[in-house]
Ligand binder design. Structure first.
Ligand code: SAH
Length: 498
């Protein structure tokens, strides 16, 4: 289950009620004791789907949705803002929450703006586009507060929570577009799915995307149409092109293009490549990724080059990184540099230090810090990324860094037990946060310098409950990596207690 699932969301909200009062979920009903044939979900709040009522929005939840209370039961209303009064229509009634949608806003928040993307309320990833940017930045700090309130790690109420670092232009930041392609009637659509559905919305303009990615996508759409290239049909499970992936290098402007296909072969690819070469000189490499059948995964295991260069290159803090189509790179180049600079500033490295780059991806963090320390070791579970990290070390003439395949929770203890003791540690885990075994080992070995880069305030707060047994939190710097969305990112400086 993901962080966005409504059940978990309700739980998170329930446990982070900032009023300090315990939320009320209705009369206790225990079907085992009652012996009656009564709805086991009935909780004393009489409400049904399609019911309308006015609601005052109290605050935003961690997914950016408005929160109000109907007869003291929590109501989630996407698109509604704090202090607004809205008429809402119930869409879902669950034991612990009600979901509703806005019918009409009676009293508007001064923070409300018209979203740049008219489809913002329909598709995922634009949860905050109807809010002024300063209010978005304040929200991201509040997400952190809500998570700390829920988990209450040692000293949490005194943490120095720094104002979110935003972008000068909070649009056009996504360097990669990964858009499905479908033929709906006669129309070829390239875009995003409507929320929790398989209805594809054709999107000519997306303001959060780098315009180059959109230009390439739209041109490819024209070419696929003109050349009648076979498009995947999900119902019939046949046809070829499923998804177009476009990634642009911020440094060079070069574009890497991948067609994810249902079929092994790619009928018409020669003509298509010729047409792309003519229309889009910025495209320097074209690939096919084979991912057959109905699957929720975008990428299959097999990628072949159809034409051009194997890599695009990106420069990060003065180092060059080669990116093959599958290699991970942060989506927001500008804010990635802010995160890495914050990590560097928090570490205070010396040339004697042994640094661990945990959850390394293609080694961007460790390699950009390698010339400031004695030695870097990093680990990552995806073998291709580890290969890339070691290649990236070589092309930058970095001799004091090496990357290994494996989990942080296995390799960090292994290196320590072999006598290679880390002085400095950077962790940058996925949304699930740190594994218990890794936390235990950190508490046992207590590296002197420690920075936690987190993309999930909730698992960060959970992990801090453990970590603050040996460390104190100097500060948490929130950084807006994903403007217009509810996603949080931050850098935590930790100092050993002794
Ligand atoms: N530090 C990199 C990547 C961060 S994303 C950067 O800034 O670009 C998190 C990475 O952790 C992903 O590449 C993922 O494959 C990897 N990962 C996930 N679980 C892991 C684990 N248990 N141990 C090590 N790496 C893991």
């Amino acid at each position: 289950m993901t962080e966005n699932s409504p059940k978990k969301r309700a739980y998170a909200q329930k446990n982070s009620n900032s009023s300090g009062k315990k939320p009320f979920y209705g009369k206790k009903f225990d079907p085992r004791k009652s012996g009656q044939r009564q709805d086991p979900h009935f909780d004393g709040v009489d409400v049904h789907v399609d019911q309308n009522f006015p609601l005052t929005i109290k605050r935003l939840g961690i997914n950016g949705e408005g929160i109000g209370y109907f007869k003291r039961k929590i109501v989630f209303v996407p698109g509604a803002l704090p202090n607004e009064v809205a008429v809402v229509r119930v869409t879902e009634v669950e034991p612990k929450y009600i979901a509703a949608r806005v019918l009409k806003i009676r009293e508007k928040s001064p923070n409300r703006v018209k979203p740049m993307d008219e489809f913002a309320t329909e598709v995922g990833g634009f949860e905050l586009e109807h809010m002024t940017y300063p209010a978005q930045l304040a929200f991201k700090k509040d997400v952190l507060v809500q998570s700390l309130e829920k988990f209450q790690p040692r000293g949490w109420s005194d943490y120095d929570l720094r104002d979110t670092i935003g972008m000068e232009n909070p649009y056009e930041y996504r360097n990669k577009a990964q858009f499905p392609v479908r033929k709906i009637g006669k129309k070829l659509s390239v875009g995003m799915y409507k929320r929790s559905s398989h209805d594809l919305v054709d999107l000519p303009i997306v303001h959060t995307q780098d315009p180059v990615t959109m230009k390439v996508l739209r041109t490819i759409r024209e070419l696929l149409d003109k050349l009648s290239v076979s498009i995947y049909n999900e119902d019939k499970n046949h046809g070829t092109v499923k998804t177009i992936v476009v990634r642009v290098s911020h440094t060079t402007g070069e574009v890497q293009l991948t067609f994810v296909t249902n079929t092994d072969g790619f009928p018409g690819d020669t003509a298509l490549i010729t047409a792309i070469n003519q229309a889009l000189p910025e495209v320097t490499g074209i690939f096919q990724n084979f991912n057959p059948g109905r699957t929720s995964l975008v990428w299959g295991d097999e990628t072949i080059k159809l034409w051009g260069k194997d890599y695009i290159e990106e420069t990060v803090m003065g180092k060059t990184f080669q990116l093959s189509p599958r290699a991970f790179m942060q989506l927001n180049y500008t804010q990635m540099a802010v995160v890495y600079k914050e990590a560097l500033a928090a570490l205070d490295l010396t040339h004697a230090d042994k640094l661990v780059d945990a959850y390394a991806g293609v080694g961007t963090i460790g390699l950009s810090l390698a010339d400031k320390v004695g030695e870097v070791r990093g680990m990552e579970i995806i073998p291709e990324a580890v290969d890339d990290a070691n290649i990236n070390a070589k092309i930058n003439h970095i001799a004091n860094a090496q990357y290994e395949i494996g989990t942080a929770e296995e390799l960090f203890p292994k290196w320590q037990s072999e006598g290679w003791l880390a002085d400095a540690l950077v962790v940058d885990p996925p949304r699930t946060g740190l594994d218990t075994a890794l936390r235990r080992e950190i508490l046992r070995t207590k590296p002197e310098k420690f920075v936690y880069i987190s993309c999930n305030a909730s698992t960060l707060a959970r992990d801090l409950v453990d970590l603050t047994k040996a460390y104190k939190v100097d500060y948490i710097q929130s950084i807006d990596m994903f403007p217009q969305t509810a996603r949080w990112e931050g850098v935590v400086k930790l100092t050993r207690r002794d």
